[in-house]
Design a protein around this ligand. Structure first.
Ligand SMILES: Cc1cc2nc3c(=O)[nH]c(=O)nc-3n(C[C@H](O)[C@H](O)[C@H](O)COP(=O)(O)OP(=O)(O)OC[C@H]3O[C@@H](n4cnc5c(N)ncnc54)[C@H](O)[C@@H]3O)c2cc1C
Length: 662
């Protein structure tokens, strides 16, 4: 049993539930990553880069940091484990996580997914061991979200049997590229493939950029992206190529081959489809960025909740001590709904990692529908988790007052380092459009391409009949929903079936409306295809947001169903109520506008949420302790004063033994 305010909750049971199927990987990190790997506050950019580069090569082998790679090259073919590893690294140091992500996720992952056996045999071992550091050079100064329009060219010459890699103008230089400014010796470079005078769309080449002494190779210009808001330990840089000769066999040719005579062939005829199939194989990066954002959110919440249990402000008549800030309703309103959302997203992420592991871990052919569903889910949850991180870490900073602003209390670096997670691995707004497009077309052709939004009316023609696919615990969710009586007034807002139905209704209604508007637009704006989409873009984004909310709630419900310990299950069920009702509360306007809530019921929800906060108050500490973040990893000066808390726990202690109502 846990000695803090935890009622009858056995903390070990809660941790087992949250640690999930990759508990071994999580525990290996907790055991092997000591103080040496923690961030150093106040260091310069150069110091941070030097330290992170060194630490990257010192990561203990027990962590299985490159576990996603095939066993024959030294990996363990554990795709899910590699995602969990980056979540854990994110709780230690986000620069370290991102640098590792660039090396083994983006760079190594691209060689693995886009290359063929000769590339694997020649490079994977050295990539895994860190003998070769590399970059993933896709983004250009001129094109970030729309990478299909990259301007770098790679033109084949049958005479020399080499490609000519070239940056035609400044906007085509590779920008923001991790590992480029300091450490990268090679890069996977994305460019337009041209052979026999014909373009075949974006492909990738493995290109050496530095010699053994670290000097740029002839024709390669390397720049530094300069000081950044955060992630000081990651050396982001710029790359330009002046007619660099790249041997034919350095084309990563799993999806497109060029014969000696320059003949192009590919198993996928359509350029756009091929490119988005290639990108789809790189989905791992997006899944790990979402997970890492949630991991950082958990660190911030742990700090804020623990601080709120020692920090007192203002006294109250009749009490011998001032009030703990966690006892203020306003403070609970900040921390607890964010904590509930973090739990909900945790279960959604766990489900996503399992799906990724199944799709990418198997040997058999990949089911296309499942692959696209996975890409859509990865995009949506990446956006949800990174936005939640940005909002929550800021809130936690404020919840710690002035102390939250000091570097020694960790929150400033969590904030600065996770900020860009909303942008890299796909800008969140752009990712939500991918989610919506998948929903609108039922994951049919051209799903990955965004240019269809502007160019053709095909989506409006393709939009499918409305069938919402349940995502988790299908039969349980059907049962809960069908048990809801027709008249809302007869059912409590804490009824799970009612909550699920409310989420589903919102998504269905929004999707239905978007389809109607797109079809209407297609009929009246035939000559203005861009306007067909642009005029409903806000609506389309709302569909995606409602979908992600539903997927997240369904995953939470499934996770609770799988929890064996009754007390833990009861606690999670209360947290799930808080998540569901906070989402409904935040979208009250929509529910009222669409007659889904009466004004009386809408007001009642606010009261029920406040009641849940009171009920969960004694379990706040348990809920963050469930994340099992080692004390040293929090690396936070204000928490080191925590022992003083023993003498200050009075009023709060009395209520803390109360059990969770089942
Ligand atoms: C620290 C850092 C590290 C990075 N590391 C790498 C790396 O290693 N390798 C690599 O290849 N890249 C890397 N990137 C690049 C990153 O992936 C891009 O910045 C990202 O994809 C966004 O592209 P952009 O910056 O051009 O933004 P833009 O695409 O210009 O977006 C700007 C704004 O326009 C909006 N917008 C764009 N299109 C639409 C649309 N259709 N509808 C509505 N709104 C739209 C976006 O929502 C956004 O708010 C990194 C970036 C950073 C900052």
């Amino acid at each position: 049993m846990h000695d803090h305010a935890s009622g009858h909750i056995d903390l070990a049971r809660l941790r087992d539930v949250l640690d999930g199927p990759w508990a071994k990987v999580r525990n290996a990190h907790r055991e092997h990553l000591d103080e040496r790997f923690l961030p150093v506050y106040g260091e310069t950019g150069d110091q941070a880069r030097e330290r992170i580069s060194r630490l990257l090569t010192e990561l203990p082998v027990e962590l299985g940091i490159a576990s996603a790679f095939p066993t024959e090259y030294g990996g363990s073919a554990d795709v899910g484990g590699s995602i969990i590893a980056s979540e854990m690294l994110a709780q230690v140091d986000l620069s370290l996580m991102v640098k590792a992500g660039v090396q083994w996720g983006l760079f190594g992952g691209a060689v693995q997914a886009l290359g063929t056996q000769r590339h694997h045999d020649a490079y994977l071992r050295d990539i895994i061991s860190g003998t070769i550091f590399g970059c993933f050079a896709m983004t250009e100064t001129g094109h970030g979200s729309d990478v299909q329009q990259l301007r770098t060219t790679c033109t084949y010459d049958p005479q020399t049997q080499t490609f000519d890699l070239h940056t035609p103008h400044e906007a085509a230089r590779k920008d923001y590229i991790g590992n480029a400014a300091r450490d990268g010796r090679m890069a996977v470079v994305f460019a337009q493939l041209i052979t026999n005078g014909q373009r075949h769309g974006v492909h990738a080449w493995l290109v050496p950029i530095r010699d053994a002494q670290g000097n740029p190779l002839p024709g390669v210009t390397i720049g530094d992206a300069g000081p950044k808001a955060g992630l000081l330990g990651v050396d982001n840089g710029r790359l330009s190529f002046d007619h660099v000769q790249v041997p034919r066999d350095m084309l990563l040719d799993r999806y497109g081959q060029v014969a000696e005579d320059g003949t192009y062939s590919s198993p996928i005829e359509n350029d756009s489809r091929r490119f988005f199939t290639m990108l789809g194989t790189l989905v791992r990066g997006r899944v790990s960025v979402g997970g890492a954002a949630s991991a950082a959110t958990k660190s911030a919440l742990t700090i804020a909740v623990r601080y709120g249990d020692i920090r007192r402000q203002f006294d109250t008549p009749g009490a011998d001590r001032e009030v703990l800030i966690n006892d203020y309703l306003a403070h609970q309103r900040k921390l607890l709904p964010a904590l509930a959302t973090t739990y909900a997203l945790h279960f959604a992420q766990t489900e996503l990692v399992a799906a990724l592991n199944e799709v990418q871990g198997g040997d058999g052919p990949v089911d296309e529908h499942r692959q696209r569903e996975l890409e859509s889910r990865a995009a949506g949850l990446k956006a949800a988790q990174t936005w939640h991180a940005t909002r929550t870490i800021q809130m936690c900073r404020e919840a710690c007052g002035g102390a939250g602003y000091l570097a020694e209390n960790r929150l400033p670096s969590l904030k600065a380092d996770t900020d860009v997670f909303t942008t890299f691995e796909g800008d969140n707004t752009v990712l939500l459009q991918l989610v919506a497009k998948g929903l609108l077309t039922g994951y049919r052709d051209e799903f990955g391409s965004l240019d269809g939004w502007g160019r053709a009316s095909f989506v409006a023609e393709q939009v499918r009949e409305m069938v919402l696919e349940r995502t988790a615990a299908r039969s349980l969710i059907e049962r809960l929903i069908s048990a809801v009586p027709g008249r809302d007034e007869e059912v409590a807002v804490t009824d799970r079936g009612w909550q699920l139905k409310a989420f589903e209704d919102r998504e269905r209604h929004l999707l239905d409306g978007a389809v109607r508007r797109l079809r209407g637009g297609a009929a009246t704006k035939k000559d203005r295809p861009f306007d067909i989409f642009n005029d409903v873009q806000d609506h389309v984004l709302a569909v995606a947001a409602a979908h992600i909310d539903r997927v997240t709630l369904e995953a939470f419900v499934a996770g609770i169903e799988d929890t064996a310990d009754p007390a833990v299950q009861a606690l999670l069920s209360r947290v799930c109520d808080l998540y569901a009702l906070s989402v409904i509360e935040a979208n009250k306007g929509w529910f009222l506008e669409h007659g889904r809530l009466t004004p009386a019921r809408s007001k009642a929800i606010t009261g029920v949420v406040n009641g849940l906060l009171k009920e969960l108050r004694p379990h706040m500490r348990t809920l963050v302790d469930g994340f099992a973040i080692p004390d040293t990893w929090l690396h936070c000066a204000i928490l080191r004063e925590e022992p003083r808390r023993q003498e200050t726990m009075s009023a709060h202690d009395a209520s803390s033994t109360q059990a969770v109502p089942v």
